[in-house]
Write a protein that binds this ligand. Sequence first.
Ligand SMILES: Cc1cc2nc3c(=O)[nH]c(=O)nc-3n(C[C@H](O)[C@H](O)[C@H](O)COP(=O)(O)O)c2cc1C
Length: 179
Amino acid sequence: MIEIPVSKAVSLISPRLTVLVNTLDARGELNSSPYSWIYPLSYNPPMVGVAIGSKEKQTYINAKRSGEFAICVIPTSIGQRAINCCLPHQPGDKLWEKNGLQIENSKEVQVPRIKQSTASLECKVTTFLEFGGSHVLMVGKIVHAQAEEGGLEKIDPLLHEEGYNFRSIGKELIVKWGM
Ligand SMILES: Cc1cc2nc3c(=O)[nH]c(=O)nc-3n(C[C@H](O)[C@H](O)[C@H](O)COP(=O)(O)O)c2cc1C
């Protein structure tokens, strides 16, 4: 075993899914930016959290104003296009469109989903948690979800290890719960 600086310790609990978090700005324009610090938080009601690194980020500003966001799971096939959406941008820049991504209506929220996404969660913001760290945790109740039929192989999520390191899923393993 080697010692890992605590400043790098969070990289040991990776990889995580790469998603585009979609929000609507005050003019109704879609903002879609990559995030991977996303966490399941509750089964009942189903809730999810997104850790946002600054209150200046449009995802925070938009979700705080509109009370909605959509999490769009990114398959490996559109990984580069989705990651390109992290470049610095202004409201209305539509990086998602410039990178060849398309949108379609969501079912239960105003904010659209990314058409090429293989799974998506439509969410209503319940709270923003500040806990003295660098990030704000945006908590949302999942009000609708959809996915490609065929499970994880079809969803083929792009996994974010850290920095510019990404992976795809490996083979399924059968492990039994507590023998
Ligand atoms: C794969 C990937 C994952 C990222 N995950 C996060 C994250 O979980 N939290 C965060 O604050 N920024 C994350 N970022 C950086 C944001 O995408 C970047 O700051 C973006 O400009 C924010 O856009 P916004 O202002 O539209 O929210 C990530 C970037 C990439 C490429």
